[in-house]
Every structure is written in C-alpha cells, then in structure tokens.
Design a protein around this ligand. Structure first.
Ligand code: HEM
Length: 449
C-alpha cells in the first residue's frame, strides 16, 4: 500500500469513528478505547512521515480533517490564527499532537499548556517573572553564550543537534535559577527531553513496563527540582505563586517544563535552523555580518542597543521561524459538541474533542504568504503564528527572550568565533523530531585570534 493510500484509509476510519463516538460517547470507556486505537494508528504513520501526512490529508480531504485521537486539524493560516485567539481556552494535558497519558513522567503536575483558569494565570505570572528581558540583560546573556561557545571551541567543533540543547539548558538554568548544571545533569536533562514521547503511553506501560527508560528520567527531574528550591530566586517565586495559591510542587515542576520543553527544545531548534539558513545563503550571511559589525565591535561588553538595532537579524529569525517552526501544533478542546464539514460530509464531533492547529502548514499557506516556500526577509511578520501569535492568554511568554538569545548567539558567532568548513545542511521533514538541521557541524570551530 502506498503512503497516500495508508494516510487516506486511516482517515476513512476516523470519519466512521465520528459517527460511532456520537453513539457510544466521547469520554466513555469504549469512546476512549476507540480513540486510542486511531491515535496510535495515525501516530505510527506521522512519526516517520509527518509532513507528507499533513499535506496528503490537506490536499485530498480539505483544510480541516481528522487526525490522531479524532482531533480536528485546522491547516490554513486564517483557521489557525482564529483558533489561537479563542479566550478563555479550555485545554487538556497535551503537548501539540502528543497526549500526555502518563502524568507520572511529569511528577503528576500538568503542563502549563494543560492548565486552565486561575492555575494557568498563576503559572504565567511566574513565567513572566522568571524570564529576563534580553535587552536589559544583554551583557549577562552575552557572557553565558560566550561560555557555551568557548566550550565548543575547546572541542574544535560546533554540532547543531548535539551541542545547542545542552547550551540552552545551561543558560536557562542560570537565568531562571542562577544555578549551574554539571555535565551529568545536562546529559540527564537532554535524555529527559528526548524521552518525552514516553509520556504518551498509558501509565501502565510508561511507568511500569518501560520503567527501565522512564525511571531514571523521572528520578533526574525529582533531583533537579530539589536543587531549584535551593536557588537564590526561589523565595521570590514562592511569593508570586502564593498570590495564585500555587504550591512548591507546582512552581518547581512548571518551571522545569518551561526550561526543558518550551525553552530548550524550541530555542535550540530555531537557533540551529537560523545557523543552517546562514550557512547556506552566502549573500544573506554577508549582510548579517555587516549589520553585526555596525552594531557591536566585539570588544566592549554586549549591550541592549546591539540587540535593538539588529533589524535584519530579527527578520532572518522570524522568517526562519515561519519556514521551520519549532512548535508545529497547538491544541485546545471544543467547549461544545457540534458538526464539522469534513470530506464533503457533516461529521458530528463531541464536547472535549481536540481542536488542533497546524502551524507548519499555516505558515506555508499561499493565501497568506506569496511564494510561501521561498525564504524572504521582507515579508510582513505582524501575524506570524510561530510563537502562537501575540497578545492573548496562550501566546508564548518566551518570545522576546528566545529571539534575544538567538541574536546574542549570532553576534558572538560572527564577531568572536570562526570555523573553516561545514557539513551538509539538511532539514528532516520525515522523522517527527525537531525541525532543525540536526547533523550540521561547524568544523575547525575556534575563537577569533
Ligand atoms: C526562552 C525560550 C522559550 C521559553 C522560555 C518559552 C516558554 C513557553 C511557555 C512556558 C509556554 C506555555 C505558555 C502557557 O502555558 O500559557 C510556551 C508556549 C508556546 N511557545 Fe514558547 N518558549 C520559548 C521559545 C519558543 C520558541 C523559540 C518558539 C517557536 C518559535 C515558541 C513557541 C511557542 C508556542 C507556539 C507556544 C504555544 C503552545 C500551545 O499553546 O500549545 N516558544 N512557550
């Protein structure tokens, strides 16, 4: 059977299931079991062919279609933008398309993405307190980034997939808790992130059958969280959290997820893509280097001015985030049952159905972006969806820090470091890992003399 046949046949089953769920109930035991079956059936295809899966369904079924656990996928820019702006939003404990079915992997604290109401307002207040303003703290970011890059220089190479996540973990722990992680802790945190998909198996499988894999990760999380409580910043977090009646467990776990899942995975993937784009495009790289020379000479400590004046770099980062969005899906729950037109039929859907937004296809929607697959820094990015839009309850709180950090990396890379060759720059649109050129290596990586 061809991939197309598989993807469409699995969708036929989803359509049939929509009528069946209307009869047996969405959240009954049978309903849950039936949804789990289609979830894993779609997931098996998605894991190895995520981009083709999205486009085969979009081109053959329409802009809205069923996917994974009978969720309704929205694939155009206007649909996804509208979805993101719904307020208040009702969420389940989901990470994009991944359903967290074993909360034990997160020490039984839901992701902030899965929180609602006062609890969600509280953790957002905590995030905003914990995340520094990159312009005000440019020198601090500069020193941390320089430390990371000098480690790579000592090794003589910068490896996108292997090095950047570790750098980000170290930097974010310094910024949020003023603590330094050991090499072993960084490795354990990286293993934790890589193992996130293990949380989408039911508890029985994740916690017990796969204990040989999950137990060390969970143990690491527990240990790190105890370290957070020793941080000089802990008392200030406790004070904020008390206003929203959040306890220590919720604070530490939510900040753990903020650093590991949202911060590290997202920013290292985007930074890797930006480096990849600049390695491939000599003209653009030359223009970025000219801008860097104009805003910072590399001799004085970095200041906020250099970040504010790096306007071309800003556009490069936004355009890269459009083409290679680190977060590909956003998810919320339908507040009421209803009907949705899919494949020319009015299909019933139930209250609690997941409404998914596909940022990847929305960002490449030809009704919104001219020549959507071309890299073009002159575009209007005012309604870019990659950070979940702007100015609403679920927009990414780390947007300015992540852009600031990437700018600081570029400033240091091009002003203070050099390399003599690169390996192939390639984005993998099949395997559902981070969208970044993971195998890219800058060889002969060294500090400028
Ligand atoms: C310093 C780096 C970052 C931090 C600390 C951070 C933090 C967060 C947090 C805590 C949330 C959850 C917000 C909530 O529950 O209301 C979030 C959401 C989100 N972030 Fe970030 N983020 C970072 C970088 C990025 C990057 C680089 C991107 C993509 C370009 C990104 C895209 C998103 C998106 C799309 C969401 C919404 C997800 C959803 O609603 O399902 N973030 N971020």
């Amino acid at each position: 059977m061809t991939l197309k046949d598989k993807v469409l046949k699995a969708h036929d089953r989803q359509i049939k299931l929509s009528y069946r769920l209307a009869k047996v109930g969405y959240d009954t035991f049978t309903g849950k079991l039936l949804r789990l079956r289609v979830y894993y059936a779609d997931a098996l295809i998605l894991i190895k062919n995520w981009r083709d899966f999205l486009y085969i369904r979009k081109e053959n079924i329409g802009d809205k279609y069923f996917a994974v656990d009978q969720a309704i996928m929205h694939s155009t820019h206007s649909q996804v933008q509208k979805l993101m702006q719904v307020e208040p939003q009702v969420r389940g404990n989901d990470l994009g398309i991944i359903r967290i079915l074993a909360p034990s992997y997160m020490l039984n604290n839901p992701l902030s993405l899965g929180m609602n109401g006062n609890q969600h307002t509280g953790v957002r207040a905590l995030f905003l307190q914990a995340l520094p303003d990159p312009v005000a703290q440019a020198d601090v970011l500069g020193n941390l980034v320089n430390q990371s890059l000098s480690e790579a220089a000592n090794r003589g190479q910068l490896h996108i997939g292997d090095d950047l996540p570790g750098f980000m973990l170290q930097i974010l722990h310094q910024l949020v808790f003023q603590i330094s992680l050991s090499a072993e802790e960084i490795t354990a945190s990286r293993t934790y992130i890589k193992g996130l998909a293990l949380a989408s198996f039911p508890t029985f499988i994740s916690k017990y059958l796969l204990a040989f894999k999950t137990a060390p990760n969970i143990k690491h999380r527990g240990r790190l969280i105890e370290r957070y409580k020793q941080s000089p910043k802990w008392a200030a977090y406790l004070q904020t959290a008390a206003r929203y009646r959040l306890n220590e467990h919720q604070i530490a776990n939510s900040l753990f997820d903020m650093i590991h899942i949202a911060g590290t995975a997202g920013t290292s993937a985007l930074l890797g893509s930006v480096i990849g784009v600049l390695c491939l495009n000599d003209v653009l790289r030359g223009e970025v280097i000219s801008e860097i020379n104009a805003v910072w000479n590399g001799k004085e400590a970095l200041n906020g001015y250099a970040l504010e004046q790096s306007t071309l770099m800003n556009q490069v980062i936004l355009e890269t985030a459009r083409l290679y969005p680190p977060v590909r899906f956003v998810s919320q729950l339908a507040k009421e049952s209803g009907e949705v037109a899919i494949a020319g039929q009015q299909c019933p859907f139930q209250k609690g159905t997941r409404l998914l937004g596909s940022i990847f296809t929305a960002n490449r929607d030809s009704n919104r972006y001219q020549n959507p697959d071309d890299f073009d820094v002159t575009r209007d990015f005012s309604d870019l969806l990659s950070w979940n839009g702007e100015g609403h309850e679920r927009a990414c709180p780390g947007k300015s820090l992540s852009i600031g950090l990437i700018k600081v990396f570029l400033l240091y890379l091009f002003q203070k470091y050099q390399w003599n060759s690169i390996t192939q720059v390639q984005w993998d649109f099949n395997n559902v890992t981070a969208v970044t050129p993971n195998d890219l290596v800058l060889k002969g990586f060294a500090q400028h003399l």
